[in-house]
Write a new protein. Sequence first.
Lengths: 111, 132
Amino acid sequence: MELTKHVTQDDMTLYSGPGNIHSDLEVAKRTGLDATIAQGMMTLAYASELMTRVCGPEWLERGEIDVKFTKPVYAGDVVTARAEDRADHYAVTAVNQAGETLMVGEARLRD
Amino acid sequence: MGRWTDATLGETFGPIEFRMTEKLHRRYIDGVCNEVPEHADLIDPSVAGNFAIGLIGSRYPGPIVHSHQALRYYSPVRVGETIVGTGVLSLKEMRRDKAYVAVDCDFHRGDERVWWARMTCIWPEVHLRGET
């Protein structure tokens, strides 16, 4: 199962608030970045939403997810989160429109 | 962000109260265009990762490079409830010239644990200023 999100600067600013590397280009440049980048937690939130769709309300009671962020997400990116059933867990990934992996990890429901 | 050399293993953060207001809920739901019906009045528990950043940021403010995130959910939290977060610095080490720290966080509603989070990040000051 997968879901796709179009990331906008407005989304990034709403999610992370003003005056930081996620919403303010000048702050991002002072930190050595060329552009604002989306907060990693946005990508994880996509995966958590996907797992809620896969598992239903149980996800909110006994869900577990463990991920590594591998590449930044920028405004204008199209992010696809995927959850593949591997019997005892779900392999969770997120990729951008170029097929680059943004996040990789595992999710499961505790017994 | 504060100095890498100031952080110590076992260092604690919080307790900090997080009030789950409708405004905060909408920020984290609308910011990712989440239309799952469960979130009409239940908080998206992935916000525990954001609150973990808030806990370490309460003493070491500034940008971080978020590296890994683990989350465990135990009980749904409704809009309008208040939870209390605490954290402990569980990792501080150099890996391939990068300075990593992790903070393990518990979030409680009264005596009941609702979420757990381990937030691992790279301390940017070590890169930007060469501090070790």
